[in-house]
Write a protein that binds this ligand. Structure first.
Ligand SMILES: O=P(O)(O)OC[C@H]1O[C@](O)(CO)[C@@H](O)[C@@H]1O
Length: 527
């Protein structure tokens, strides 16, 4: 069994801390030295991706210290315990099994006589069979007409991941003739969200997937009622238009009001649930079950890489270690995720939840306060749009923000134009290459307003094209990075107690059980 210790009690961490400011990235990335680094500091990921970390503040000495930290913190042993079914989520006393939804990585995990891998596969098959029947016109509306669109009702992990993945593959599916149904999403309890989505679909030909693991989330239940109301008003029977994705123990599971129910369980956290029925139902309906299966294969292949003890052959663990070096030794407060791909426009939003809900903690996995900083603030936007927005601060602001670029050689649709001797895709890629070097090397100017100090670290994940498999690999890469960072910080990355207090107070406001500041705010907002 691995031992769980706070980061600052590890001897290898004290050694790493001595390496603050060890690499001057502006110097390291200049000239031929820089060219050699870019060729050298790259490691393959699954599905043809590669993680290039040449522009990070690393060299052989730092990498050696990171390898020792990985060993002392027993990162691989902890990952093995996780996928073999140990109770890693100490707060909620639960196992953490999202990896099993894509592949059997280790031992069979059996709970109450049920093999969990078999359970997840059976639920995926249920979602696939349902989707195939909808596509074949075997499940139709009451008039026997085919459904043409699908709307997911859910919030947080029941929205962000599936939405990001849908947007990521919409154009790819159209270009590859696997696009089956348009998908939309309702998440916010703001009535304008549901109203706008409902106004944009043809109700009579729409399916609605109510997604809530707990089956108790206020926003989702409210939006479900909103949709049911609209269906009834349109003379339609909600139970012929709705299905549920939930856990077997949730209130939704007991309802007869759905065409079908696809189940998940408490061992897959909401923010890790895109690979369960939470993502599986909508993505199978939108693109076909085969496309969803390719996402799972890409994720599984990345998970297998994440079991490698050698940090240079384990891109997920290496990314995590470099991130901890940047956060705890260099003292950087945030990380920007910058995909040079419009298809990944909602991927940073998904990672915000995945990372910050997992590692935004001040106590360790035993409930004791930690004396070091933990998860950074995560934010991001697709390039090149971000360049014309917040990059000013990234280049010349007083804080250094490490950057995670993502770029692909080919566009998904392949529709392009050649203007001034370059295509739009080439312009996109030229910009990401330019930004890496600009951030790292900077540019001297006597006018300090125009001076770029450089020394701003970045990595880039490069792929041929964003496909279902490379998207799955990308998803798993960040999930595994977050997991390894949680291990390093000795956190429980799999609960989210910090979201509870606001929910409790909101309930009190709605019940008019308020006093003090809460009462005055309630009055100001006319509640
Ligand atoms: O799927 P559910 O149970 O409706 O939960 C939705 C989201 O709410 C949270 O619990 C946070 O409020 C997330 O962790 C989760 O993804």
């Amino acid at each position: 069994m691995a031992t769980w210790k706070n980061l600052d009690t590890l001897a290898s961490y004290s050694k790493l801390a001595e390496l603050k400011g060890h690499v001057d990235i502006a110097d390291a990335m200049a000239g031929e030295k820089g060219a050699e680094r870019v060729k050298k500091y790259s490691t393959p990921m699954a599905a043809g991706l590669a993680y290039n970390y040449a522009a990070k503040q690393i060299d052989e000495t730092v990498l050696d210290a990171l390898a020792k930290l990985a060993d002392e913190a027993e990162l691989i042993e902890k990952f093995q315990e996780l996928y073999n079914g140990a109770v890693i989520n100490t707060g909620e006393k639960r196992m953490v099994l999202h990896h099993l939804a894509r592949k059997q990585q280790g031992d069979a995990v059996v709970v109450d006589g049920v093999d969990k891998r078999e359970f997840y596969v059976a639920q995926q098959k249920k979602a696939a069979d349902f989707a195939n029947k909808v596509h074949a016109g075997e499940i139709t509306n009451e008039n026997g007409e085919k459904f043409t669109s699908v709307v997911q009702i859910g919030i947080g992990g029941s929205d962000l991941g599936p939405r990001a993945l849908y947007i990521a593959l919409e154009n790819w599916a159209k270009a590859n003739n696997t696009f089956k149904m348009e998908a939309k999403f309702i998440s916010n309890v703001d009535p304008d969200d549901a109203a706008a989505v409902l106004a944009s679909v043809d109700l009579a030909h729409s399916l609605f997937i109510v997604v809530s693991k707990s089956g108790t989330t206020l926003e989702t239940l409210t939006n479900e009622a909103f949709v049911k109301n609209a269906l009834v008003k349109a003379g339609l029977n909600p139970s012929k238009h709705m299905l549920a994705v939930t856990s077997e123990t949730s209130p939704l599971a007991k309802s007869e009001d759905y065409l079908t129910a696809i189940f998940m369980d408490d061992y897959i956290g909401g923010r890790y649930s895109s690979v369960s029925g939470v993502g599986g139902a909508i993505l199978s309906l939108a693109f076909g079950p085969e496309v969803f299966a390719q996402i799972l294969e890409g994720a599984a292949a990345e998970d297998t890489l994440a079991t490698n003890k050698n940090i240079l052959e384990n891109p997920d663990m290496l990314d995590a270690l470099i991130g901890v070096y940047e956060r705890n030794v260099q003292g950087y407060p945030a990380t920007a995720v910058l995909p040079y791909s419009q298809a990944l426009s909602r991927f940073p939003a998904h990672l915000q939840q995945c990372d910050m809900e997992s590692n935004g903690k001040s106590v360790n996995r035993f409930g004791e306060p930690v004396d070091y900083v933990t998860g950074p603030v995560i934010f991001g936007e697709p390039g090149t749009n971000g360049q014309h927005s917040f990059y000013q601060l990234l280049h010349q602001g007083t804080d250094i923000v490490p950057l995670q670029f993502i770029g692909f050689k080919k566009s998904q649709l392949g529709v392009d134009v050649d203007i001034e001797n370059s295509t739009s895709q080439q312009k996109l890629c030229a910009n990401v290459a330019a930004q890496i070097v600009a951030f790292a090397c900077g540019k001297k100017d006597e006018n300090l307003n125009k001076d770029f100090k450089g020394g701003r670290p970045s990595s880039i994940i490069i792929g041929e094209e964003l496909t279902p498999a490379s998207l799955g690999a990308l998803l798993a890469h960040f999930e595994n990075k977050i997991m390894f960072q949680g291990f390093l910080w000795n956190l429980n990355s799999f609960d989210q107690e910090g979201v509870q207090l606001g929910k409790v107070l909101a309930k009190r406001v709605l019940a008019h059980d308020t006093d003090g500041a809460l009462k005055v705010y309630s009055d100001l907002l006319d509640i």
